[in-house]
Design a protein around this ligand. Sequence first.
Ligand SMILES: NC(=O)c1ccc[n+]([C@@H]2O[C@H](COP(=O)([O-])OP(=O)(O)OC[C@H]3O[C@@H](n4cnc5c(N)ncnc54)[C@H](O)[C@@H]3O)[C@@H](O)[C@H]2O)c1
Length: 263
Amino acid sequence: MTKRLHGKTCVITGAGRGIGAAIASAFVREGATVIVTDIDGAAAEREANALGAKSFHLDVSNESGWDALHSLFPRIDVLVNNAGITGFETHARPQNPEHASLSDWRDVHRVNLDGTFLGCRYAIKAMREAGAGSIINISSRSGMVGIPGAAAYASSKAAIRNHTKTVALYCAEQGLDIRCNSIHPAAVLTPMWEPMLGDGPEREANMAACVADTPMQRFGQPSEVAALCVMLASDEARYMTGTELTIDGGILAGSAAAPTRQV
Ligand SMILES: NC(=O)c1ccc[n+]([C@@H]2O[C@H](COP(=O)([O-])OP(=O)(O)OC[C@H]3O[C@@H](n4cnc5c(N)ncnc54)[C@H](O)[C@@H]3O)[C@@H](O)[C@H]2O)c1
């Protein structure tokens, strides 16, 4: 049977670990030529070597990094803008709308939003000659609802959701078969959660608290997000553009519809 991504060249950002690494692995399994990129060049290289893929050191917020990627890979079929930060990676400063600092706000937007803008711009250029391709932007459930404790993260993810639609419409207007869609995961168990879960005795309770409002009562798996990316990257999704797919254990289907709640 032909593999679903046979013959496609795919770039994935932030693929040194977590969801990005799972996407890279699924794409390789489906026959793609994969370029694993990450700000952590060593992690990208490790992951690429394990998969038989290529690696490239890329900080998505750095415009000249994208130019360098374009020189090496001027034509691609798929870009997954996956790299993202919450702002909690390096310190536990407040990220609510009253106390967040302007520099923390900007740091999160620089990676999540500027990185996605630059990625889409690169992808359109790298797909234009073939006139077709798929851009997949990893947004979040947090881009669809307010998140008081993570204002910059939520704002940046909401902007990604909107920019996805702008890119989709722009490409269609240009007569290009370049599709652009966003994926909105809720809690997916990756290293991103580690600073919030801790590794002490409170870890289990923290994990349960994180999914208390999720109807399916569990974290998602990176491979479950990767499966959606395979579909959007493949020709099976050739009529899908400008859309948003949630993968969230049901949380956005209702208003915090915990299964224990009776009314
Ligand atoms: N894990 C979740 O629960 C969840 C939920 C919704 C959305 N998301 C989104 O999914 C994406 C992946 O999340 P994850 O959980 O795998 O995160 P993660 O922290 O485990 O991995 C993120 C990767 O991105 C890389 N990265 C960070 N800054 C970068 C930059 N400037 N340039 C390039 N790479 C950079 C990191 O080195 C790391 O390898 C993110 O956009 C995140 O916002 C995650």
